[in-house]
Unconditional design. Structure first.
Ligand code: ZN
Ligand code: MN
Length: 137
């Protein structure tokens, strides 16, 4: 991980244990929007003593610190994203794949919200990805 990034994490008062670093790096290197289970299974061989609770709690801390984002495409499990800039997602209902949508297209804030202050929004498109769509045909 880059030196300035490490400094930034430290400046947030985040204790950087080897496990935490590994979780962060895994998220940065895998744009698949993994779940806590996915991350746990991927890192387990390198950290045999790491528990699932550690992974889960670390993810919660990272979300709270704004270092990663939680994506709620499925109600049964949260998915995580190391890329916190404004972008949207497509969720395939069949293979559960989450695809980044980098469209800069602006949305109009609904009339119902005219008295509120909208600070962020996230669009989740649902459907079948190109591969799953082919299998359906
Ligand atoms: Zn699919
Ligand atoms: Mn994303």
């Amino acid at each position: 991980m880059k030196e300035n990034k490490l400094k930034f994490y430290k400046s947030l008062g985040l204790k950087l244990t080897p496990q935490r670093l590994a979780i962060l790096e895994y998220l940065e290197n895998n744009r698949t929007h993994p779940s806590a289970e996915d991350i746990y299974n991927a890192l387990k061989p390198n950290f045999p003593s790491m528990s699932f609770a550690t992974v889960y709690n670390t993810l919660e801390v990272l979300v709270k610190k704004g270092l990663i984002k939680e994506i709620n495409v499925e109600s049964i499990r949260k998915r995580f994203d190391a890329f916190t800039h404004l972008h949207h997602h497509f969720f395939c209902k069949k293979c559960k794949r989450v695809i980044d949508i980098e469209s800069k297209q602006d949305i109009t804030i609904p009339e119902e919200l005219k008295d509120c202050k909208v600070t962020e929004y996230q669009i989740i498109y649902l459907g079948f990805c190109s591969e799953c769509k082919k299998k359906e045909e």
